[in-house]
Design a protein around this ligand. Structure first.
Ligand SMILES: [Zn+2]
Length: 179
């Protein structure tokens, strides 16, 4: 990560401490407040989010979704700062269709990435488009409980969640004694 980005994140974290802490000692915060700060300090800054939304929107606009008319685009960020995108690809034989998360993860693995820190999903409308159950598990394979998932329109963030919230008590590589 470039140091500029780290310092921006630190500034943002301090701002958030001020906003959430309301002058209280950080040690007096509730677990939820600490979690929010931790989540935000890991998250990209506003300029980065806009860039990710733009990339996910570009991916969405290439989707092949003639049956559902529900195009979806994804942009994900790896722990090394690489960005991969994907779109949904439907098929006349319906079950063969694939989700945008799936194609972005395939591109990431092909590119050598194995750890997702943040993921943006852009759906076709202002309604939050969240990853389907299958994709939550697909993302889970390459994420931590704190991996951040933003559900966005082409203009803004509608909903921000952690993987832990999206797929609680999940099954993952550790259940098979891996990682
Ligand atoms: Zn899916």
């Amino acid at each position: 990560m470039p140091s500029g980005r780290n310092s921006r994140n630190r500034s943002r974290q301090i701002l958030l401490w001020n906003a959430i802490g309301s002058g209280h000692d950080p040690d007096g915060w509730t677990r939820e407040q600490k979690r929010t700060v931790s989540l935000t300090s890991r998250s990209t800054n506003m300029a980065d989010i806009k860039a990710l939304i733009r990339l996910a929107t570009e991916a969405r606009d290439t989707a092949h979704a003639p049956y559902s008319n529900h195009p979806v685009g994804v942009a994900l960020v790896t722990d090394s700062g690489e960005i991969y995108t994907g779109c949904n690809v439907e098929n006349a034989a319906y079950p063969l269709g694939s989700c945008a998360e799936q194609s972005a993860i395939s591109a990431m693995v092909r590119g050598g990435g194995r750890a997702i820190t943040e993921l943006v999903v852009v759906g076709p409308s202002e309604e939050p488009c969240t990853p389907c159950g299958g994709c939550r598990q697909r993302i889970r394979e390459f994420s931590t409980p704190d991996t951040v998932v933003h559900s966005c329109s082409s203009q803004r963030v509608l909903l921000t969640m952690t993987m832990d919230a999206l797929l609680p008590h999940s099954f993952g590589p550790k259940n098979l004694n891996r990682r």
